[in-house]
Design a protein around this ligand. Structure first.
Ligand SMILES: [Zn+2]
Length: 317
């Protein structure tokens, strides 16, 4: 890194942001802040600066002892200019007008880099987690949506419009499937993700009479619990979701030629019921004459996006 292996890190989520001071593979101090007005991000910047300064103080550090500020953001961004092109629906609508690099220079005298949250998670797992020692990696996050990022030969794939490798959840699993939020039809996340699961369940034959219908929240925790307890409808839906993710995984192997697939996200709390199936399916159906792609669960959880700070700054500063 340009200036020591320390950095300020910000992980922006849907309703919270986490600020941290990181040193190489370690988080020295961190703090989670609720984002008060999801419509506006600019008004939240003073709170972020205050939090980062307090964390620095707690670590006995000053800004010049850090290489820069690294921001993980849930949208399409240009890491070099700091511009934000697309945000989650209805959130942070002002962010395309913000000059985050100028903010960082003014508040800390430090360069700022920003990257998509799925790419940051991959960078973190590569630097300090499940993907250490691999340079050709695809990461998939199974959560509200299905996120993704790809690294080839040790370089993050970004593409001309900064969406390269990030849309693995929007690879079609069916051409005649469910409508997706992205405009496409039958995307992996339209067919198997936390946001699409309630609709999938309600339209499943026999759902109303199933044990699953008694769940207040139709999420994957409920689905795996009910299928484990033997509910037939829950088992059918679970098996279908596993097949959707598996078909998506084969597509990602064919697209990006990885040696390792890392699966993270909240749905992976049920990793023991997901990974073996995905490994068997990709082993049987991915065309990899060189051998077999490895599959691993992510190790760092939400820390990955913070621990991606050092490699991001190292790569782009
Ligand atoms: Zn889609």
């Amino acid at each position: 890194v340009c200036n020591g292996a320390r950095a300020l890190a910000i992980d922006v989520g849907g309703s919270h942001a986490t600020c941290a001071v990181v040193a190489d593979q370690q988080i020295l101090a961190s703090e989670s802040l609720p984002i008060p007005d999801a419509g506006a991000f600019g008004g939240f910047l003073p709170g972020l600066a205050e939090s980062l300064n307090a964390l620095l103080k707690r670590c006995g550090l000053t800004p010049p002892e850090c290489a820069g500020v690294a921001v993980s953001f849930p949208g399409i961004v240009d890491p070099f200019s700091g511009r934000i092109f697309a945000t989650p629906k209805g959130k942070y609508d002002d962010s395309s007008t913000l000059d985050l690099r100028a903010w960082s220079q003014e508040r800390f005298g430090l360069p700022l880099r920003i990257e998509n949250d799925a790419r940051m998670a991959l960078l973190g797992e590569w630097h300090a987690g499940a993907a250490q020692g691999f340079d050709d990696v695809v990461m998939v996050t199974l959560g509200t949506g299905v996120g993704g990022a790809a690294m080839m030969q040790g370089r993050l794939l970004r593409g001309k419009h900064f969406q390269g490798g990030c849309l693995g959840g929007h690879l079609p699993a069916r051409f005649d499937g469910r409508e997706c939020i992205c405009g496409n039809i039958g995307c992996v996340e339209a067919e198997a993700s936390t946001w699409s699961l309630p609709g999938i369940c309600r339209s499943w034959p026999g759902f109303a009479a199933s044990a699953l219908a008694r769940e207040l929240t139709l999420d994957f925790a409920a689905l795996f619990r009910r299928s484990g307890a033997g509910d037939a409808v829950a088992r059918q839906i679970r098996d279908r979701c596993l097949h959707v993710w598996a078909a998506g995984a084969v597509g990602l192997v064919h697209a990006y030629d990885p040696e390792l697939l890392v699966f993270g996200g909240s749905v992976m709390k049920s990793a023991d019921q997901i990974l073996p199936f995905l490994a068997d399916y990709t082993g049987a159906h991915a065309w990899t004459p060189w051998g077999k792609v490895q599959l691993r669960a992510a190790q760092l959880g939400p820390d990955a996006a913070l621990l991606g700070a050092i490699p991001l700054l190292r790569e782009t500063c």
